[in-house]
Design a protein. Structure first.
Length: 529
């Protein structure tokens, strides 16, 4: 769920192990969130009705302006949506969200455009445009991409260079050592203090306000109906938007699903178990892979235990070459390399990497870890991440709940590893420093709607487990859920069939053509001679 992952962009981060997303198609698989699924929301939160809706369009206006200067020039027109930072506060300052409008490729496009909701929270929505175009999202209708409040190219930008710099050093630190957590919390507090001093009202950077921004954008652009497509955290946002602002939504497509009524820190362990075990099951189902790498689950448990008891310290060059860097491989590091969903270790290489590690060769995993030593400073909006996570995902559960969820998912693993939600280690400590109010009463609510919905999941997704897609569809009676074999996080840009299903859904939301899914086969696993 967290952050940068995804096809080509490696964005996403997890507390001390976040890495910048490379601008290459291989990283697609990570983006998103670090959700957890084994634990249900607290009864009081689940039963709470949504808060009265504020007037999303009040004080909002669209102002044409230049497109951001990005490596892949935007093939369209741009501008800014100006909205109040805090809609509940009279006289709140105005913030600006960059908007890009990419025309349809068709000469006779449909009148209802597609609006995209980025993952993270805190990802770079503008950076997703090349992947969306390559997937044909704008084949028959215009594509609208807006930066979420606090994201890159928005004003203000809630980037945290302090956290980015810490993450660069954290590749050479023990993953779950108290000193590592203290360093992360210190960097987060420095960022929080700076952002607050600059005037940011951090509690206003939440999913409710985010959803209201998109409702305001539709009105400001004069669009009667549009289609919504979001992935990872963007599915949490899209479902919230549908629940609170259903007007004008023709259809909703959600990819790598984060159900708002479920997402919490303990939930991450459930998704990690589902995604990792799916990779192992796929290897077991192939004779050559199973013969070369038998008993992968046992091998993983043995290696997590071994590395946690005796971490390895190595000096290796990053994956793309360059100056060697010091890295530490311990149990927590190994787990988070796997949960990164192909961003650092491609799914096809996972069995080989574990086999090599067990045989005394950690080079493949060490080089993957070294990628985090060169993050893109300021690209990811950690300020939005923690404002959402600390207000909407962490409350209602305790550190003990995270540990118990980990024990259920991976019996026999060391408690020192299981005590930290994958992708968000030390988050409870960080949240005490971030200090935003609990919002679960208005956010941890299921969306119930008859708007046609497409739900797309990948079986290898260890951030947002595939089973949470059909689960979310239980309260969406006009939904179509597809689970694509062998794909990790953010499915559509990775698999042409999924892109075809999305385009079919946009044409016929109540009867999309999903026939190609049955023919999708996971890529061959790497077999070491």
């Amino acid at each position: 769920m967290f952050g940068p992952a995804g096809p080509t962009r490696a964005r996403h981060r997890c507390a001390p192990r976040r890495v910048a997303r490379p601008r290459t198609a291989a990283a697609l698989a990570t983006a998103g969130l670090a959700l957890l699924g084994a634990i249900a929301p607290t009864p009081t939160s689940a039963a709470s009705p949504p808060a009265p809706e504020s007037p999303s369009g009040a004080g909002a206006r669209f102002v044409p302006g230049p497109c951001p200067d990005v490596p892949d020039p935007i093939p369209g027109r741009c501008g800014f949506l100006e909205v109040p930072e805090n809609r509940a506060r009279h006289g709140s300052r105005t913030i600006r969200l960059t908007v890009a409008i990419i025309p349809a490729e068709s000469a006779s496009p449909a009148p209802d455009p597609v609006v995209f909701m980025e993952g993270g929270p805190g990802g770079d929505a503008i950076g997703a445009i090349p992947f969306l175009i390559a997937s044909g999202v704008n084949a028959d209708r215009d594509l609208i991409v807006m930066t979420q409040r606090g994201g890159l190219h928005s004003q203000p930008n809630l980037a945290c260079p302090e956290i980015d710099r810490f993450n660069a050093t954290a590749v050479g630190l023990p993953y779950d050592a108290p000193s590592t957590g203290a360093g992360l919390v210190r960097a987060a507090k420095e960022c929080r203090d700076r952002l607050t001093a600059e005037g940011a009202d951090l509690p206003s950077y939440n999913t409710t306000e985010n959803a209201a921004d998109f409702a305001a954008l539709r009105k400001a652009l004069g669009i009667r109906k549009w289609n919504v497509y979001g992935y990872s955290y963007g599915t949490d946002l899209g479902l919230t938007y549908l629940r609170r602002h259903p007007q004008g939504i023709r259809s909703l497509a959600i990819d790598s699903v984060v159900p708002p009524q479920i997402v919490s820190l303990p939930w991450a362990w459930d998704s990690a178990q589902e995604g990792i075990n799916a990779i192992f099951a796929a290897c077991e189902a192939r004779p050559a892979c199973n013969a070369r790498y038998p008993h992968l689950s046992r091998t993983l448990t043995e290696q997590v235990r071994r590395l946690e008891a005796n971490p390895l310290t190595l000096t290796v060059p990053p994956p793309g070459g360059g100056t060697p860097v010091k890295v530490v491989l311990d149990g927590g590091t190994l787990v988070n390399l796997l949960v990164a969903n192909g961003q650092l270790v491609p799914s096809a290489d996972v069995p080989a990497a574990l086999h090599e590690l067990a045989g005394g060769n950690p080079e493949r995993l060490a080089r993957a870890q070294a990628a985090g030593a060169t993050p893109a400073i300021g690209e990811f909006a950690h300020g939005l991440t923690h404002s959402v996570a600390c207000a909407e995902w962490a409350p209602g559960f305790t550190e003990r709940d995270v540990l118990e969820a980990g024990r259920r998912a991976f019996p026999g693993w060391p408690d020192s590893v299981l005590a930290h939600a994958p992708q968000l280690p030390f988050e409870y400590d960080l949240c005490r420093a971030w200090n935003v109010p609990d919002r679960t009463a208005v956010q941890r609510v299921a969306t119930r709607s008859k708007v046609p919905t497409l739900i797309v999941s990948g079986t290898f997704d260890a951030k947002t487990g595939a089973s949470w897609g059909p689960f979310t569809g239980r309260t969406l009676p006009r939904s179509t859920a597809v689970v694509v074999p062998g794909i990790t996080h953010w499915v559509v840009p990775q698999e042409p069939c999924a892109a075809s299903v999305l385009r079919s859904f946009l044409k016929r939301p109540t009867s999309p053509d999903t026939g190609c899914v049955a023919g999708v086969v996971p890529k061959p696993f790497t077999i070491i001679p």
